[in-house]
Ligand binder design. Structure first.
Ligand code: TYM
Length: 334
């Protein structure tokens, strides 16, 4: 039986990924590379929707690649590449834009939130078409599965709709992908505001654990995390969102079940528990930070593996694009 195809992407909009990215999506990426045909991209074109200094974008793109390798992606087991190295992403996005309804794109909640915050004058058209470029990222690779966090579910639904619409209207070109979302890890919350998702664009980083944070910073952030009334260490998302978030994080990072952790900390105070969770986090994150720094020291090696990744990605993507153009009646050159 041939291997299932997997695709996912992450934006290089900040220096560091955070624990939400890691637990909600990236840990799954590492698992999937073992027994599927996995394609992973750093979506630098999507990052252009947020204005960034060019030097900073360049640095963040390489830092993103280094972090992905540091968490365990292995270019021998997966295809790792940068979105802008594969021109077919933009080319397919245009085709998909022509079969997407204006209202349909306007209903995307991430677009609505961002455009409401920024106001119409500060919202660029790229933000509006963002999910359609994402659909192109996925459909180009004929992906069966897309490992992501909960906040991407609606974009994957749109991708499915567009793929089906194209297949029905023209020709069966696309595989229809399924989101791969691990329910318990799909929304890791901010340590200062345990009802809001941990996010790169949080107004303060005090509740955001970054993979490139120093051990001291991680311990400080966990120690000052917001907990709940009462003193029992128990999983109760409604009544105890802060403690439940910490239990989720500790369980995912240590491999212990939530039940085991509840038993282990029975009778202990919140203070002790927070320190323990911090130590578990430091143990996982420290080697990632150190490895990222080592990898960043050899830029030529990073660029070479990205070139190899782009070569493989281009082969798959250009074949799909050619099938799409043929289905549409676009005449071949030559
Ligand atoms: P991005 O860069 O915002 O986030 C990368 C991944 O991290 C997940 N994630 C979380 N999971 C759990 N808890 C959280 N607090 C949390 N915050 C983020 C996201 O769900 C995502 O899986 N639009 C995408 C990038 C993209 C993409 C794609 C993804 C572009 N093309 C094709 C999949 C397939 C995004 O902005 O992710």
């Amino acid at each position: 039986m041939s291997k299932k195809r997997v695709l996912s992407g992450i934006q290089p909009t900040h220096d560091s990924f955070h624990l939400g990215n890691y637990l909600g999506a990236l840990k799954q990426w590492v698992e999937f590379q073992k027994d599927s045909d996995a394609f992973y991209c750093v979506v630098d074109l999507h990052a252009l929707t947020v204005e960034t200094d060019p030097k900073l974008l360049e640095k963040r793109t390489l830092l993103s690649v280094a972090q992905l390798l540091a968490i365990g992606l292995d270019p021998k087991q997966c295809t790792l590449f940068i979105q802008s190295h594969v021109p077919a992403h933009n080319q397919l996005a245009w085709v998909l834009e022509c079969i997407t309804g204006f209202g349909e794109a306007g209903r995307m909640t991430q677009f609505k939130d961002k455009s409401q915050k920024g106001g119409t004058d500060r919202t660029n058209v790229g933000l509006f078409t963002y999910p359609i470029l994402q659909a192109a990222d996925i459909l180009l690779y004929q992906a069966d599965f897309v490992p992501v966090g909960e906040d991407q579910r609606q974009h994957i639904e749109l991708t499915r709709d567009l793929g089906q619409r194209f297949n029905n209207k023209y020709h069966e070109v696309f595989t229809i992908p399924a989101p791969q979302i691990i329910k318990s890890l799909a929304k890791i919350n901010d340590l200062q505001d345990p009802n809001a998702k941990m996010s790169k664009s949080a107004s303060s980083m005090a509740g955001v654990i970054e993979l490139l944070d120093s051990s001291d910073a991680i311990i400080k952030k966990f120690k000052s995390s917001v907990t709940d009334a009462g003193k029992e260490i128990k999983f109760d998302e409604q009544g105890k969102p802060g403690i439940s978030n910490l239990l989720t994080i500790a369980s995912a990072l240590s491999g212990k079940t939530i039940k085991d952790l509840e038993n282990e900390y029975a009778g202990k105070g919140y203070g002790d528990f927070k320190v323990q969770v911090a130590e578990i986090a430091v143990e996982v994150i420290n080697p990632i930070r150190i490895r990222t720094q080592e990898l960043m020291a050899d830029k030529a090696a990073l660029l070479q593996l990205l070139k190899d990744g782009a070569d493989k990605a281009n082969q798959v993507a250009s074949k799909t694009l050619a099938d799409v153009y043929t289905a549409l009646g676009l005449i071949k050159n030559g």
